[in-house]
Design a protein around this ligand. Structure first.
Ligand SMILES: [Zn+2]
Length: 119
């Protein structure tokens, strides 16, 4: 496991995760398509918000169980608490510092095909 630092675009929100980047996915649900998200699955014990909690906005849709957090200043999607795995976060891969994005294997999730939608 490696510790990765991450932040939104403006830097107001900072976090770190511990991950081996082995579970990274994109999803074809309507939200993930529009935000073009590639997400790292992280257990909540391996996610630490370091700064900017007051800058986090929350978006909910569909079943309104998952919580999708974005920076209220710069608008970047940062992470969300999952509906299907409530103890896990999906974290925006591209918010991480020091990652060679091209070397990360990305799986495809088919949220659009779940009757209740992925998130
Ligand atoms: Zn920001």
């Amino acid at each position: 496991m490696t510790t990765y630092q991450g932040s939104c675009h403006c830097g107001a929100v900072k976090f770190e995760i511990e991950s081996d980047l082995s579970t990274v996915m994109k999803c074809d649900c309507s939200l993930c398509r529009k935000r073009n998200a590639v997400m790292v699955d992280v257990h909540q014990d391996h996610f630490k918000l370091l700064a900017g909690e007051e800058c986090l906005g929350t978006y909910q849709w569909n079943m309104k169980i998952a919580k999708h957090h974005f920076c209220k200043i710069c608008g970047i999607y940062i992470f969300h608490r999952k509906r299907s795995l409530p103890e896990h976060y999906g974290v925006n891969l591209y918010c991480l510092d020091g990652v060679d994005f091209d070397s990360v294997g990305v799986e495809q999730a088919f949220g659009s095909q779940l009757s209740t939608a992925e998130n």
